[in-house]
Write a protein of this length. Structure first.
Length: 486
C-alpha cells in the first residue's frame, strides 16, 4: 500500500500516450482514461472548480509536459490492461463515468464534464494498488485514494469528495465535498454500465523517444496557445478601445442634451428676469434724478450698480442660451489665435503665466463665425490662464488630420477635481473660489462651438497637463479666407 500511495502518477499505456502526443482532440478516448483526467485535474489551472472544468483541458500543453516529465522518472509501474485487476479497474472507471454523465444530463444538478471526471477517478486507490500489485489486492484502497488526492494536490472539490465518499453525505459536505457531486457518486454506484477495455498494451517506458515526442507536442501546443492568446489580447484591446469610444460618445451625447436643455431654461429665465429688471432700473434712475438727499442718492446709485451687474449676467446668460445665428465664413484659426494671445498677454503677464503657440506646418482653414470664434478662444485661453500657477505656461497647438482642424489648449494647472469634470460646461458652475467668475466662460465656449459645427471637450491625462480640445471640420482648400477683425 505504501508504494501505491507514493506513486508520482498513474502511467497509461504507450498507445494512449502516443494519442495524447499526436492528436488529443477530440477528447472522447482520453477523457475515459483516469490517468489523463488526473493530469488535467492536477495541472490545468481552470480546473479549480467543477464549473470551470472541461475535458478540452486534455489538449492543454501542460498535460503533455507533465506526462513527458513523469515518463522520464525511474518508477516502472503503469496501467497495463493485460492485468485483469487493472482491466477491471479501468472498466469500472469508464462505467461510472458514463453513468455520471447521464445523471448530470438528466438532473442538471452538476456540470456533466465535472461529474464524469470525478467518477472516472473515483477508484483511484484501486487503480494505484493494481498498478503496483499484480495480485489485485484492493485492501486499503480508500486510504490510498485519500493520500494520493492530497499528495497530488487535486482541486479541493475533487480531493474532499473522493476522500469522504464512504462517509454519510452530510459529513462529506462538512469536510468540503461538493454536495451535488458527492450525492451523485452515492447514487450512481450500483448503476454500472458495460464498457469494453483493450486486453493488451505496450509498456510506455520501453518506447524510445516517447517522452521527446510528448515534449515536442507540448511545445507546439504552447506556441499555438501563445498565438491564440496574442490574437485574443489584440481583440480584447480593440474591444476596450471600442467600448471607450462608445462610452465617450454616449457621455458627450448626454452632456450635449443636458446643456441644450439648460440653454432653453436659461433663455426663458433670462427673458423673465430682464423685463422686471428694466422696470426696476427705470424707476430707480427716475428717483435718482429727482432725489436731493445725498444719502438716498448713494443708495439709488448702489441699486443701479447692482441692476447693471444683473443685466451683465443676464446678457452673458443669453449669449449662452440664445446666441446670434452664426455667419460662418472660411477663416485661418492661427490668425485668430495670434490676435487672442496678443490681447490676453498683459493679463497672463500679471499672473506670471507665459502664452505659447504652435502653428501647423501648412495653412489650415475652418468655417466659423469670426466674432464667435474669437469669443471661444478668448474664453478658453482666459480659463487656462486663470487656472495656471505663477511661472506656468499655457500652450495652444493647432494641427490638421483627416479633415479635422484641432486646437489643443493646455495649461500647467492642477486640473479639475474628478467630481467637477461632468459639470465643466454647465452654466454658473465654477471650481474657483466663490465670487471669482460667473462660471459662464466654458459653457459659452461650448455653446458657440456647437452652433458653428465644432466640438469642444475636456481631455483627462493622468499626471499630465489640463487640456481642452477644440475640433472643427477643415474647409476645402479653395474656400475664401478672411482676416478676423481685432
Amino acid at each position: 500500500m505504501e508504494i501505491a500511495a507514493g506513486l508520482p502518477w498513474l502511467c497509461p499505456s504507450a498507445a494512449a500516450l502516443e494519442r495524447l502526443a499526436v492528436d488529443p482532440l477530440p477528447v472522447d478516448e482520453l477523457s475515459r482514461d483516469p490517468a489523463f483526467v488526473l493530469l488535467a485535474l492536477r495541472f490545468v489551472r481552470p480546473s479549480s472548480t467543477p464549473e470551470t472544468f472541461s475535458f478540452r483541458m486534455l489538449g492543454d500543453s501542460v498535460v503533455a509536459e507533465a506526462a513527458a516529465r513523469f515518463l522520464e522518472s525511474p518508477i516502472p509501474y503503469w496501467l497495463n490492461p493485460a492485468r485483469e485487476s487493472i482491466r477491471d479497474g479501468l472498466r469500472r472507471s469508464r462505467s461510472l463515468a458514463m453513468a455520471a454523465r447521464a445523471y448530470a444530463m438528466e438532473t442538471g444538478l452538476c456540470p456533466p464534464d465535472a461529474a464524469a471526471a470525478i467518477a472516472t477517478v473515483s477508484n483511484l486507490g484501486e487503480l494505484a494498488l493494481a498498478a503496483v500489485a499484480p495480485t489485485g489486492n484492493h485492501e486499503g484502497a480508500d486510504r490510498v485514494t485519500r493520500r494520493l488526492a492530497h499528495r497530488w494536490r487535486l482541486p479541493v472539490w475533487v480531493a474532499a469528495t473522493l476522500s469522504s465518499v464512504r462517509l454519510p453525505l452530510a459529513d462529506s459536505v462538512r469536510m468540503g465535498a461538493d454536495p451535488e457531486l458527492a450525492r451523485m457518486l452515492r447514487e450512481i454506484a450500483p448503476k454500472e454500465i458495460a464498457a469494453e477495455i483493450p486486453s493488451s498494451g505496450e509498456d510506455p517506458h520501453s518506447v524510445r523517444l516517447l517522452s521527446a515526442l510528448l515534449r515536442s507536442a507540448a511545445r507546439g501546443r504552447r506556441a499555438a496557445n501563445e498565438h491564440r492568446l496574442r490574437a485574443a489580447e489584440a481583440e480584447s484591446d480593440r474591444l476596450h478601445e471600442l467600448l471607450a469610444e462608445v462610452r465617450d460618445d454616449f457621455e458627450i451625447a448626454v452632456r450635449d442634451a443636458k446643456l441644450a436643455g439648460l440653454a432653453e431654461l436659461a433663455a426663458g429665465a433670462g427673458h423673465e428676469i430682464n423685463n422686471p429688471l428694466a422696470i426696476i432700473s427705470g424707476h430707480v434712475q427716475r428717483l435718482r434724478k429727482t432725489e436731493e438727499d445725498a444719502e438716498r442718492a448713494k443708495v439709488y446709485e448702489a441699486v443701479l450698480r447692482q441692476t447693471e451687474r444683473i443685466s451683465d449676467i443676464v446678457r452673458e446668460l443669453m449669449l449662452f442660451a440664445r446666441p446670434a445665428t452664426p455667419g460662418r465664413v472660411a477663416l485661418d484659426p492661427t490668425e485668430a489665435i495670434a490676435d487672442t494671445i496678443e490681447e490676453l498677454e498683459s493679463v497672463a503677464g500679471e499672473r506670471g503665466v507665459t502664452l505659447v503657440s504652435a502653428a501647423p506646418d501648412s495653412t489650415c482653414r475652418i468655417e466659423c463665425d469670426a466674432v464667435q470664434f474669437r469669443k471661444i478662444l478668448r474664453n478658453l485661453i482666459r480659463n487656462a490662464v486663470e487656472a495656471t500657477p505663477d511661472g506656468g505656461q499655457v500652450r495652444i497647438a493647432t494641427s490638421e488630420d483627416r479633415g479635422t482642424v484641432r486646437i489643443a489648449i493646455e495649461d500647467d494647472g492642477p486640473g479639475p477635481r474628478d467630481e467637477a469634470v461632468p459639470h465643466l460646461f454647465d452654466p454658473f458652475y465654477s471650481g474657483r473660489t466663490a465670487g471669482r467668475g460667473r462660471g459662464l466662460g466654458l459653457s459659452t465656449a461650448w455653446r458657440l462651438t456647437s452652433i458653428n459645427g465644432g466640438d469642444l471637450r475636456f481631455h483627462r491625462d493622468t499626471g499630465g497637463p489640463t487640456r481642452f480640445v477644440l475640433d472643427f471640420p477643415a474647409t476645402q482648400p479653395m474656400a475664401p479666407t478672411i482676416r478676423i477683425p481685432a
